[in-house]
Design a protein around this ligand. Sequence first.
Ligand SMILES: Nc1ncnc2c1ncn2[C@@H]1O[C@H](COP(=O)(O)OP(=O)(O)OP(=O)(O)O)[C@@H](O)[C@H]1O
Length: 270
Amino acid sequence: MSEPVLSLRDVRISQGAREFVHGASFDLYPGGVVGIVGESGSGKTLTCRSALGILPDGFTVSGGSITVAGQDISALSVKQWTTLRGTTISAVFQDPASYLNPSLTVGSQLGEVLRVKAGLRRREARTRGLELLEAVHLRDPLKVYDQYPHELSGGMQQRVLIATAISLGPRVLIADEATTALDVTVQAEILDLLSDLRESTGLALVVVSHDLAVIAQLCEQVLVMRSGEVVEQGPTAQVLHDPRHEYTRLLIGEHEQYGLDTFVEEPADA
Ligand SMILES: Nc1ncnc2c1ncn2[C@@H]1O[C@H](COP(=O)(O)OP(=O)(O)OP(=O)(O)O)[C@@H](O)[C@H]1O
């Protein structure tokens, strides 16, 4: 099997003497999808931020190790991080509007990334920008390219951010509650898009959600977190069919009314 593109080994995250994440481990391979599920405040976002080198002020990785594309990230300089972020590991979050500059068109925001970080000339950046808008299944890329964020729906804004996040050809995309603020139909479309990108480009995904249905649709492996602890992890079908931890059973129970079964395949050895 190929090398993992992202590997966490017993990662602990602290602020001063207080530990918030008490050991998270997983390996993500090219084209793979790992899900992290758990209630609000369980440490999902901190875990992702540690892999992106963007922990909040005062927070540190206080134990364990993280490698991105084989590189131990603990020793990276700010400059090395700037290179790695976007080109190797990238992310999209909840609330897309807050990540877009309201006074710039989609084209100028996307174009800037392509010019500054990929070194493209203006005309090449426009061509590539339009290709990216098409790759995220925006129906009228030419129109969207010249629009301002407020002219777009939440789903379209998130597509633009996904286009920006994949613009430098990263190997890992972290989607942290990326569909949470969207209505159910748009949410399903964005999940399909992520799945397509993974199939067409070999992009590996980390999908973070408090919603087990989102995880069940997309992820091969799942980590269940509660209060900073990984209480259970394994192949998604196995964890959902045969949960070992009471908290996982509780999460599954909350979903019964929505028919979680429609998303869950039988485990391979069932
Ligand atoms: N910037 C911060 N300042 C202080 N505490 C923080 C900060 N970010 C996270 N925490 C604390 O760390 C813990 C884990 O937070 P984290 O954001 O990782 O949880 P989460 O599982 O992603 O939850 P949510 O779904 O609400 O984002 C929480 O108790 C939270 O209060």
